[in-house]
Design a protein around this ligand. Structure first.
Ligand code: COA
Length: 417
């Protein structure tokens, strides 16, 4: 057996090693933002849609109203706006972003990822981008993924977003689910630093044996699953009682385990930000952890359950309202479809005041403007590069037949996105 030192002397690597930080870095949350549609759907509005009433909804869920996206609003547009607000708070340029992760259960497309479209809208030309599917735990999973890349020194700046337009996949005839969900997006900017703090620990868990307790079937779902008359393509199905039992079972243990991993206890917690599923589950978290209810953040009454977006929206609200101070220890806990759950412990280190409009603000607006101009130019340039004389003839013929009303619109004509 040759030892590693001898091996490297005998067989020196020909790969050029880029200089790396010698110690692990810390991932700090330096920016936050949220975007919700302006259209409000109250419990009394719901009374006109399904057989329900305000008193039943409030007593079982704590929800009073939720936001519903207008037709022009999409998961991408909400995510982009939330990310822009987070970049403003962090005072970071889109070109400085190395990675964009969008946690969502309601992407516009399976591919391209929502994250890639957000990357394009922001003009984050140096960023990698991908979507993450872990239902309501997705944002916490995303934070952990970005944090790991930052800790190793591979990247410096990441934007993690939770964004949903659940109103488009809710079964508006099912009073057991349509009362719960809403639309919105929240985002954070993470940045690497040698200063201790930021994300201290994370625990990610899954129990796929409960996959059928909360589902949203898409095109490749098993036919048998969709033939029972209960489950429908692109519609949320939920076993409410089962999910309630699961959430209350894991929430306390998950937070305690993540605290232990960070060398902390529940006494150190300044605030818990749970997934905003249901006020009864949120109250249960306080009881399970034996902490005062005021320490468990809740906005479920105003936004309902926005799945992957609920934690970053709550975090952005709490930070914006000055409820989190530097040095505070926070626990973010997500749970939902999969079944999946995740907790992350954060030592808050951001400065509480929002930076005034700076030179970077102007440069950021410039980069957004360049992204808007760049998009059509790059698309046209790419198309031009692909043109051969025969394809020009084919396309001209196609345009002629289309002018005569004989051909459907060509997919590549859609440059208005
Ligand atoms: N309005 C009025 N009545 C309703 C109703 C509504 N919106 N939805 C259901 N009901 C009725 C049911 O039909 C049932 O009537 P019945 O007894 O005559 O059959 C009765 O209320 C009780 O229904 P049930 O489903 O047992 O209610 P519940 O106490 O379990 O509450 C939830 C339902 C969905 C609020 C609850 O199970 C829950 O919060 N689960 C967790 C959901 C969640 O958080 N999901 C997201 C996780 S990410």
């Amino acid at each position: 057996m040759i030892d590693t030192k001898l091996r490297s002397r005998l067989f020196p690597s020909r790969v050029h090693h880029a200089p790396r930080p010698r110690t692990l870095r810390y991932a700090h949350l330096i920016g936050w933002g949220m975007e919700v549609p302006s259209q409000v759907l109250s419990n009394s509005d719901l009374e006109a849609i399904v057989d329900t009433d305000d008193e039943w909804i409030v007593s079982r869920t704590g929800i009073k109203e939720r936001r519903i996206a207008e037709p022009r609003e999409t998961t991408t547009s909400l995510a982009t706006r939330a990310a822009q607000k987070a970049l403003d708070v962090a005072d970071v340029l889109p070109s400085e972003i190395d990675l964009i992760i969008v946690a969502t259960a309601t992407p516009e497309y399976i591919f391209p990822s929502t994250a890639s479209m957000v990357q394009d809208m922001l003009g984050a030309t140096n960023a990698g981008a991908f979507d993450l599917s872990a239902a309501c735990s997705g944002f916490v999973y995303g934070l952990d993924m970005a944090c790991s890349k930052i800790r190793t020194g591979e990247i410096t700046t990441a934007v993690v977003i939770g964004a949903e337009t659940l109103s488009r996949v809710v079964d508006w005839t099912d009073r057991g689910t349509c009362i719960l969900f809403g639309d919105g997006a929240g985002a954070v900017v993470l940045q690497g630093s040698d200063l201790p703090g930021g994300i201290l620990s994370s625990i990610l868990r899954s129990d796929g044996s409960g996959w059928d307790m909360l589902t949203l079937p898409t095109v490749s779902s098993r036919d048998t699953y969709l033939q029972d008359g209960i489950h429908q393509m692109h519609r949320i199905y939920m076993d409410g009682k089962g999910v309630y039992r699961f959430a209350t079972r894991i929430i306390g243990d998950s937070i305690r385990d993540a605290l232990e991993m960070a060398g902390l206890t529940t006494d150190d917690l300044a605030m818990v930000i749970p997934h905003q599923a249901n006020q009864r589950i949120i109250d249960y978290a306080a009881k399970a952890l034996k902490i005062p209810e005021e320490k468990v953040y809740s906005n479920v009454a105003r936004f309902g359950n926005t799945s992957a977006a609920s934690i970053p929206i709550a975090l952005a609200e709490a930070a914006e309202a000055g409820k989190i101070k530097p040095g505070d220890v926070l626990a973010l806990v997500g749970f939902g479809g999969g079944l999946s759950w995740a907790t992350t412990i954060i030592e808050w280190s951001s400065r509480p005041e929002r930076p005034a409009y700076s030179l970077t603000w102007g440069r950021r607006q410039g980069e957004y403007a360049i992204a808007g101009v760049r998009r059509p130019i790059v698309r046209w340039w790419r198309r031009l590069m692909l043109l051969s004389p025969s394809s020009i003839i084919r396309y001209s013929r196609y345009l002629l037949t289309r002018r005569n009303g004989a051909a459907p619109p060509h997919p590549s004509d859609d440059d208005n996105r």
